[in-house]
Design a protein around this ligand. Structure first.
Ligand SMILES: [Zn+2]
Length: 493
């Protein structure tokens, strides 16, 4: 007799895997737990909106896996020692520990504002120096690491034939690699390395490091950046786990180096699945301070946007496509959030409930019946398609305007609550003084629904005619992958 029968229910989630370049079903490890490791922030200043978009992607995945019965265990590290943290703490005359603790706290506070769930473990690199030294020793014993005359220890890339398998990179190209992981130029004669491709596992202390150094079998110094993720994922998830992720820029060299370190040490596959989130554009351009499109969370809240609206705006793009984040899009998201709130409030009222009852529905628990939210549930499990989920949500809320049966409304609230838990969209969190969005008159909603049916039936002439009519009546129709949205054409004062 099996005792675990009730906990084994799992609904499959499919996700693109960068390693095999295919969309595959996710599987938990042999222990029934889904170990996921995401490369976290380097804490030397406030994280920008692009950083948060990456962490938001993984937060949605984590919430989805919880809801789908995967029992995820989420580890996201804090990089609290590197060239930047050392330089900036010195410039401010603060100790490295004091400096990085303050920025870690700020990062966590911003995450909480954006309703990112805290990971199950958030290990710091400097708390795991012993584990990192032990890993270097293991690599040294197996012939994958060597000490150079400057006292640093390097990974011998040539000793790991599979190097390049994640980024599909030709190792021969590595000799021409211009920049290293710290973003500084690789000069072949700068270090005493066998080849330019070899990367540092242990960095011998330099005068510019000041007091930042730890004792090691190779002399005082500090670990190289790539090493911490191998050492800490081994400690918290074992040598082989379900999923590893990060921003797309980390694929090479960081994740490639993590694989080389980990698999050479353990002889086992490192992560079963790799997820990389594509970075955003802001107002159509790469974010930069000189372009004036560099936003930290505080810049956006100072403009009057609530973090819930910022979160909703960021979910408007797919994680594998470049998303263009704009202030106009943010305003549209604020309005869409209001419409979601009206739709849920309407359901609550018809169920004889009020706003205060809503949080009880927002749970990582699948409802008995997804009903009108079936398409949303399917879209999120198919490669985390958040724009399709938002379209499907809109369609679902619209169809529920006609739902009259009390049991049906109750089931719909449970299904809506589960989807909004996964998206992490908090309703009714904004201060009451905010303007509520324009109500859509029933005749307009009806006409838009007729147009959508015509479009689905490929009767495009009729669909266009109804779109024009709606336009004349002051309503713009915006189509999404799985539905549409109505917005008043006049701009609000
Ligand atoms: Zn990492």
């Amino acid at each position: 007799m099996s005792i675990e029968s009730t906990s084994s229910a799992r609904t499959p989630v499919r996700l693109y895997d960068s390693l095999t370049r295919s969309t595959r079903e996710l599987f938990p490890g042999a222990d029934g737990r889904f170990g996921m490791y995401v490369c976290g922030p380097t804490v030397y200043g406030p994280a920008h909106i692009g950083n948060f978009l990456t962490f938001l992607r993984f937060d949605v995945l984590y919430r989805l896996l919880r809801t789908a019965g995967y029992h995820p265990f989420y580890v996201r590290n804090i990089t609290d020692v590197d060239d930047k943290t050392i330089e900036r703490s010195q410039a401010e005359g603060r100790s490295l520990g004091e400096f990085t603790a303050a920025w870690t706290e700020r990062f966590q506070a911003d995450c909480a504002s954006l309703n990112l769930l805290p990971p199950d473990a958030e290990p710091r690199a400097t708390d795991h120096i012993d584990e990192q030294i032990a890993l270097i020793r293991r690599l040294e014993e197996k012939g994958h690491a060597y000490k150079a005359s400057d006292g640093s220890v390097y990974y011998r890339v040539g000793s790991f034939p599979e190097y390049g398998k994640l980024s599909h990179f030709d190792p021969g190209m590595l000799r021409q690699q211009e920049r290293n992981s710290a973003g500084t130029r690789n000069l072949a004669d700068e270090y005493d390395r066998d080849t330019v491709a070899d990367f540092a596992l242990w960095k011998a202390r330099k005068a510019s490091d000041g007091p930042v150094a730890w004792d090691s079998p190779w002399g005082p110094g500090r670990p190289g950046w790539h090493l911490e993720c191998s050492a800490m994922s081994m400690k918290y998830l074992g040598g082989s786990f379900a999923l590893h992720g990060g921003g797309e820029d980390l694929c090479f060299p960081h994740h490639e180096n993590e694989i080389a370190q980990s698999e050479a040490a353990t002889g086992r596959p490192f992560a079963q699945h790799w997820m990389h989130a594509v970075h955003l554009l802001v107002e159509g351009k790469k974010m930069s301070k000189s372009e004036g499109n560099f936003f930290i969370l505080e810049d956006l809240t100072a403009k009057g946007f609530h973090p819930a609206a910022i979160r909703l705006a960021l979910l408007g793009g797919h994680y594998r496509q470049q998303f263009n984040f704009t202030l106009n899009g943010l305003e549209a998201a604020a309005s869409a959030l209001g419409k979601m709130e009206s739709a849920v409030e309407d359901l609550l009222q018809r169920a004889g409930k009020e706003r205060a009852d809503w949080p009880a529905y927002v749970r990582a628990v699948p409802p008995p019946d997804w009903g009108a939210f079936k398409d949303a549930w399917s879209a999120i499990r198919n490669d985390l398609n958040t724009p399709a989920v938002l379209g499907a949500l809109h369609t679902a809320f619209r169809s529920l305007r006609k739902e009259a049966d009390a049991a049906g409304i109750e089931a719909s609230l449970a299904a809506a609550g589960a989807i909004l838990y996964i998206l992490g969209i908090e309703l009714f969190a904004r201060p009451g003084g905010e303007p509520s969005p324009a109500e859509i008159p029933a005749a307009i909603a009806e006409k838009a629904a007729t147009r959508w049916e015509a479009k689905k039936a490929r009767n495009f002439a009729e669909a266009d005619r109804l779109r024009d009519e709606l336009g004349q009546e002051g309503w713009q129709v915006i189509d999404h992958a799985g539905g549409y949205e109505l917005q008043p054409t006049e701009t609000d004062a």
